[in-house]
Design a protein around this ligand. Structure first.
Ligand code: ACO
Length: 330
């Protein structure tokens, strides 16, 4: 069976920078609390009228150009987001249209923070199996339009940001590129981090009662998510290495989903690897959910932190709960 590798990456961040200081003027929070608890100093917000499909399409254009292929070479779009422009249709079709692509398939992935890695696993399977030559995987979020900017929403609001990242996956020689993907979910914890409304399980899907109860805003049991994340990240990274007969010493770089600087530091401690080997850019963007790993990967490549032959592990944990890892030989 042939291999599958990432041929090119791209990212798109809104130009509007929102500092912690700006948030302190809207809710009862402090710069110190946000930096100490999360490591976040600023995040980006879109201007109204910009959707996750716009950011996703911008990131995709860069990824396609860097992959050195023509847009018409893309065989399938896989779009991961928790913030599609609309309830339906999914955001992938808007990206297909915005990129002017022919009538190729557009598949939406709804696994939140792990969305990009779940999407990458789909691309990996299609390319390794020889069904498609080029799959475009995108993670994009517009979270800023769904946040509670009063003090009641401060725990979630200070950590979320907008952004997008993308990668083009194409054929490789066996043993190069994506070595394996490891996907997990534990739905009994769904309520610990979710958005309740609008909900098709209720009639009407959105009511004045729901709105006045604030059910249109994300709810998170932060400590609970934190505790599970620091356990699952190292576990799934070890699983990915073991599946490929590799030890922790072989790891050149871990690119974790950017959930919290303290989680990233805890992952480095648990794996007993130096902090420089675990990438972090959360201070600039906050949590961009499905977009965080492709943005981080794109920055790592730009900064020359990944070299040919390096073993790189992408890992994520989040709402669902879901968690995942992808092991790459660059
Ligand atoms: N500013 C000031 N005080 C705050 C804020 C804020 N923004 N938010 C919460 N607090 C208060 C709380 O009310 C609480 O006060 P109390 O002690 O009087 O009750 C106190 O700070 C401590 O709150 P905790 O929630 O226990 O704080 P913690 O240290 O756990 O940090 C945080 C909260 C940053 C959210 C952390 O739990 C975390 O990072 N969790 C994981 C988040 C995550 O990984 N999410 C997954 C991605 S989400 C997604 O993309 C879908």
């Amino acid at each position: 069976m042939r291999g599958a590798r990432i041929l090119g990456t791209g990212r798109a961040l809104p130009s509007r920078v929102v500092t912690n200081a700006e948030l302190t003027r809207m809710m009862d929070t402090t710069e110190e609390w946000i930096v100490q608890r999360t490591g976040i100093r600023e995040r980006r917000y879109v201007d109204p009228g910009t959707g996750s499909s716009d950011l996703g399409a911008d990131a995709a254009r860069v990824a396609i150009a860097r992959a050195g292929i023509a847009p018409s070479d893309i065989d399938l779009i896989v779009f991961a987001t928790l913030s599609p422009d609309y309830f339906f249709p999914g955001g992938g079709v808007y990206i297909q249209d915005k990129l002017g692509l022919p009538t190729i398939g557009a598949l939406d992935v709804r696994t939140q923070c792990t969305g990009f890695l779940y999407g990458l696993s789909v691309a990996e399977a299609y390319v390794k199996g020889g069904f498609f030559d080029h799959v475009l995987v995108i993670g994009a979020e517009v979270q800023s339009t769904g946040l509670d900017f009063s003090t009641a929403g401060r725990d979630v609001t200070v950590i979320f940001g907008d952004g997008a990242g993308a990668a083009v996956v194409g054929p490789a020689e066996p043993g190069k590129g994506i070595l394996s993907s490891h996907l997990h979910a534990e739905g009994k914890y769904a309520a610990e981090l979710m958005l309740e409304a609008p909900a098709s399980i209720e009639y009407p899907r959105l009511s004045h009662e729901m709105l006045s109860a604030g059910r249109q805003y994300p709810k998170m049991n932060g400590r609970y998510v934190f505790t599970h994340a620091v356990r699952r990240f190292p576990e799934v990274i070890r699983e990915a290495l073991a599946a490929n007969g590799l030890s922790l010493d072989a790891l050149s770089l871990v690119i974790p989903h950017q959930a919290n600087l303290r989680i990233t530091q805890a992952v480095a401690v648990a794996l007993r690897v130096s902090e420089e080997k675990v990438f972090s850019n959360i201070e600039k963007y906050g949590i961009t959910t499905a977009a965080s790993i492709p943005i981080a990967l794109d920055e790592c490549l730009e900064q020359g932190r990944i070299h040919e032959g390096d073993i790189v592990c992408l890992a994520a944990f989040g709402s669902g709960f879901t968690w995942a890892a992808t092991l790459l030989r660059w």
